[in-house]
Design a protein around this ligand. Sequence first.
Ligand SMILES: C[S@@+](CC[C@H](N)C(=O)[O-])C[C@H]1O[C@@H](n2cnc3c(N)ncnc32)[C@H](O)[C@@H]1O
Length: 320
Amino acid sequence: MATDSIWTCRAGFEPDLAEELAGGRVIAPALCRGREKPGTLPTFGRQGLPIFAETRARVEQCLPRVRELAGDGSFALHVWVPDSDAGNALTGLADRIGRELRTGLGDAAARERRADRLAPGEPLVQIAVTAEDQAFIGASAVSEVASTWPGGRARMKLPPGAPSRATAKLLEALTWVGHGPGPGEVCVDLGAAPGGWTFALLARRARVIAVDRAAMAPAIAKDRRLRHVRGNAFEYRPDEPADWLLCDMVERPAQVAKLLARWGREGMARLVLSNLKLPMKKRVAAVAEACGIVQGGGWKGVRTRQLYHDRDEITLFAHA
Ligand SMILES: C[S@@+](CC[C@H](N)C(=O)[O-])C[C@H]1O[C@@H](n2cnc3c(N)ncnc32)[C@H](O)[C@@H]1O
């Protein structure tokens, strides 16, 4: 029988995450239990761990399991709490368990690496501290986890001069995708103002066509690699195909998906990275509908994820 997993999400999205898991149920704020559906990671799951043991949140109970799961080679160890008021109150306990485990591991602690520096098959050992006296322990190959950040909290530092906090959202999205626009690549940024995403793209030395009815922030408006097209993004068509289509408009997800699908059908970009706002109740259904529309436009490998910096929204990535 498949093992149950513990999954954490943004607080308030537990019913959505539970709906995405087989036999999924909400067990606490920002926490669900269930099984992953084969071949997919849940859109609303920030991080998950297959349950190897459920124990008391005590270092002496966790240490033998961590030793076993870490194996003889390199490993990473994350001790995290759910991102809720109750979960965050346990941060001190989780930090202490992490420190004492590293001491208890002795020489083996020297084999610990950052999760994003592990080779694909090497284990990320995780402990989710979910109550004063409850912890879940598990491990998976790092290539199979949803995030290489503890509890999926991928905190991005806002670079100085960024015109909006949305820069952090795009930086996280590009980390999730695993690559981003290179120097000279053409990016069309739909709904670009005031320019948080455009700022991050220009910093990568990409060329940006920013489409928005509103003005761009003065600090970037004069950049010679930026062209601002002031108008309706639903009517804009590039003169030549772009490398990246980016979209962060506050519009209904199905409308945005239809726009992305048209770009796919007409071959107007190679890659698409878009935010989809989800103010509605049936969010899992809205994501499925949007993905179906985008795939209908010929986009391949459609992936969606509610990133740490996403609020009532998710991020979608696909390629032509
Ligand atoms: C959430 S903001 C984008 C923030 C931006 N990504 C950043 O990093 O600063 C949404 C933007 O979409 C623009 N927008 C919404 N609908 C639009 C449309 N039909 N045509 C052009 N711009 C639109 C709004 O003017 C607004 O500037």
